[in-house]
Design a protein around this ligand. Sequence first.
Ligand code: NAD
Length: 331
Amino acid sequence: MRCLVTGGAGFIGSHVTLGLVEAGHEVVVIDNLLTGHEMALPPNVKLERVDLNNAKETDRVLSQGPWDVVLHFAALSSVADSIKHPTHYLRANIITSLNLIRSCIRYNVKNFVFSSTASIFGGENFSSIIPATAPIRPSSPYGESKFYIEQVLKWADRVYNMRYACLRYFNAAGADIEGRLGEDHQPETHLIPLAIDALLGLRPPLKLYGNNYPTHDGTCIRDYVHVTDLADAHIRVIEKLKYGSVTYNLGSGKGFSNLEIIREIERISGKKLPWSWAEPRPGDSAFLVADSRAFQSECGWQPRNGDIGVIIESALNWRKNNPYGYKTGHR
Ligand SMILES: NC(=O)c1ccc[n+]([C@@H]2O[C@H](COP(=O)([O-])OP(=O)(O)OC[C@H]3O[C@@H](n4cnc5c(N)ncnc54)[C@H](O)[C@@H]3O)[C@@H](O)[C@H]2O)c1
């Protein structure tokens, strides 16, 4: 296949790009390198350093088709940041996606895979695993922007027959098991890399936001899925698009509280992790765990690195070997 990947230099996009290349596909990446890293791209992948806000440049890249599939990862993706800067976030995620989708329609792209998120469910108080049919109530402009694009895709299919897969990931984590890729966000907002950096002395002690959530230990519960298993999920869902558009929740189906993650990191590393309590953050939900059974049975997907120990160990190994991320002297 000829695949166009937006945000392919980012954390999830780079793991998917590697998976596609290893499966023998040709990949071109659109990325403005805002949070991504050129070094995360395999050597035979062409990088189009384009900002999706630029409709003309986006169109130019799409005109280099035909494309068998477009996978759209590029976005701003911090829940907390989106609450501080709602119009900036809505504008950034919606305009870029609209530019891309419009160009896809113009150049007759028939298959589109979209990175959606568990944050579209953020405003509900769930206590059990969340299926794709659960009520949608985003508790942040970030979640709202993703749900808006899901609706745009529905209309692109109805009117222009562009099939889409909306994959609503829960928490992507871990790193390529062979250590070739990892997570290097600036700024970092995700628990596991922040905790690992605190453990390795690369950042100040970890802050745990909130200890009074309605969970067994008072801290938020999240579902962590290994980023390479996510990559595999993308490759599988492209096959599924032959039969029509799909929307799936995607996670491991297992929830871990923030305190449990800290304990697991301490167990794996054999070291004490420095941390302290902080005020809860607006927009954080108590419990977000995916019901991925539909995806598993319909796409034949099984997380191969689903064990939380494997997820943490791969992230820890990558960070130990790349303490400054992709760039030396990065911090
Ligand atoms: N990381 C998670 O746990 C998680 C969970 C749910 C959903 N998602 C979604 O998955 C996608 C990928 O997440 P990630 O963690 O890999 O993020 P990331 O920040 O590592 O990657 C995003 C990539 O998009 C690029 N980009 C951003 N704005 C752009 C623009 N205007 N034009 C061109 N390129 C642009 C960045 O440079 C970066 O390479 C995002 O859409 C995110 O919302 C992530």
